[in-house]
Design a protein around this ligand. Structure first.
Ligand SMILES: [Zn+2]
Length: 522
């Protein structure tokens, strides 16, 4: 069965002429003055880049603002969106408003940019918490009586009572633009911007018979949206009279989510674009507190990427100073910082990469005495230490505090990465109940290490940490990833919990910290 969306699109394709980006460019070059290029995407899409000279008229506001943006109804209009579908609907709405000469750009802004045409990035200042007016223009006032009679309107109090009545489930549907929704919305509401309504309603709302309370800022755009949904075959559609503003003014429950700043949205755009991260994921990273053990070979790339990715609070434990022999691999530091504390050098590098994060330096050796107070302030540990006493201490403390421990180690040309996540998989002691005898475990200083190797292994650790914070993908729990740089081979070993592990076995009380130097005979 064809969806309503597909039927409508087929019909639109027969009605609205489409033009390639190349022909748009030619038209602008030959007769730029007589043509209005109209960007119908949402504000944040427009800000990221648009066709030079284009006017902005978000699809959601089309009927309300068309006369202001394009006063002359005889204008030749080329409408475009991101992929070329929303602009077909926008062109149709414009025709209904009396604009006869409207065409749509095939493939939208994506294809425009892909094909190498020029674009401008809006230098608009920071987005203020703005109220969008839904003032009804003359062109729409003729249509209003029909909308009021065709669409069921419901007051905020009645809508809330309906939702609380325990009858059919009620979904509050916010059809405002993304930036309006992010500034505050009805608690528990779902967001689907009006510009995407025809294209996504069937997929996202699934059950066409559920009760929908559609709302906008003041109740006008929601009338138009509810009318569209009604025509798509959705039953039980109401428009919230007075919109979000009246709902909030009457003291009904709202949610004001924590926001990324405009600068953060710009910085993390390549994250936000992906569904697996999105704005919500970026906010999780912003709230995350990650502790890096060591600002050396592994800690350098791990902390560098965690800072770049927007980890809100990054703790660095190290008590050493920068030595020239570190610089072959420890990329947080530099030649002019030789002799400086590594924590301080790390802080400077990370803050200059990303001034929006907080770097906390712990300039001390990690011991049984301070590990609890340091670790309890973080969500997750990235272990990049280079010695056995610290490795066992970090493991035991992570078991005690039930914090995921992203573990990495390196030796000459070989590296290992895994995640020790208490309760979900083995700990370090499940693998190695006892440390190796010291003569079997030479340090990097004695055995050497290929400079790029910790770069690879530390970056893998950062990758695991970010996945854990986002709650996405399969973390390396119960899997030991082994890397051989000379053969360029990755190998994965299954590792299991030891049912008798002295630290992490089920039901076992934490046995306390030990004398780690003694335990490791160093
Ligand atoms: Zn264990």
């Amino acid at each position: 069965m064809t969806s309503v969306k597909d039927q409508w699109l087929m019909k639109l394709r027969g009605e609205i002429p489409e033009i390639s980006p190349e022909d748009v460019q030619k038209t602008l070059d030959s007769d730029g003055r007589g043509v209005t290029v109209l960007d119908v995407r949402e504000s944040d899409e427009f800000r990221q880049g648009s066709v030079p000279g284009a006017k902005h008229l978000p699809r959601g506001f089309l009927e309300l603002r068309a006369e202001d943006v394009v006063p002359d109804k005889k204008s030749r209009i080329i409408a475009y969106c991101q992929g070329g579908l929303r602009s077909l609907f926008a062109a149709q709405s414009l025709r209904k408003l009396g604009y006869d000469n409207v065409i749509s750009m095939a493939g939208g802004y994506s294809r425009w940019k892909q094909n190498g045409h020029p674009f401008v990035v809006s230098s608009a200042g920071p987005l203020e918490r703005r109220q969008e007016s839904e003032k009804v223009p003359a062109s729409l006032s003729a249509e209003l009586p029909r909308l009021h009679s065709d669409v069921d309107e419901i007051s905020p109090r009645d809508a809330q009572a309906l939702a609380a009545s325990g009858g059919a489930p009620v979904t509050f549907l916010d059809i405002r633009e993304g930036d309006e929704y992010r500034q505050g919305h009805i608690s528990g509401s779902m967001h689907l911007a009006r510009g995407h309504l025809e294209l996504q309603a069937e997929g996202k709302l699934l059950d066409p018979m559920r009760t929908l309370v559609v709302y906008s800022a003041q109740g006008v755009r929601s009338l138009l949206a509810a009318d569209t949904l009604r025509r798509m075959g959705f039953g039980g559609v109401h428009s919230l009279a007075g919109g979000y503003e009246r709902w909030a003014a009457e003291g009904l429950p709202v949610e004001v989510p924590e926001l990324l700043t405009d600068r953060e949205r710009e910085r993390y755009m390549r994250h936000i674009t992906m569904d697996e991260v999105g704005e919500a994921g970026q906010l999780r990273l912003k709230k995350a507190r990650i502790l890096c053990i060591g600002a050396g070979g592994l800690g350098s790339p791990a902390a560098y990427y965690l800072a770049a990715a927007g980890t809100g609070t990054l703790g660095i434990v190290d008590y050493d100073v920068v030595d020239r022999s570190n610089l072959q691999r420890q990329i947080l530091h530099s030649d002019e910082r030789i002799g400086m504390l590594k924590t301080e050098s790390a802080r400077r590098t990370l803050e200059s990469l990303n001034p929006d994060i907080k770097v906390v330096t712990h300039n001390e050796r990690l011991t049984s005495a301070n590990v609890d107070s340091i670790l309890s302030r973080y969500d997750l540990v990235v272990d990049g230490c280079d010695n056995f006493p610290t490795r066992y201490l970090v493991n035991d403390a992570c078991v005690k505090h039930k914090k995921p421990n992203v573990h990495g180690s390196i030796y000459r040309f070989e590296g290992q990465v895994t995640v020790f996540w208490p309760g979900k998989g083995p700990c370090y002691r499940c693998l190695y109940p006892e440390p190796p005898p010291p003569e079997m475990a030479p340090s990097c200083a004695e055995a050497g290490v290929l400079g790029v190797l910790p770069g690879i292994v530390g970056a893998l650790e950062a990758n695991e940490a970010i996945k854990i914070i986002l709650g996405k993908g399969s973390p390396l729990v119960g899997r030991l990833m082994m890397f051989d740089a000379l053969d360029m081979r990755f190998r994965e070993l299954k590792i299991r919990r030891d049912a008798n592990c002295a630290y992490c076995a089920d039901g076992r009380d934490f046995p306390g910290y030990t004398d780690y130097a003694e335990f490791c005979r160093v």
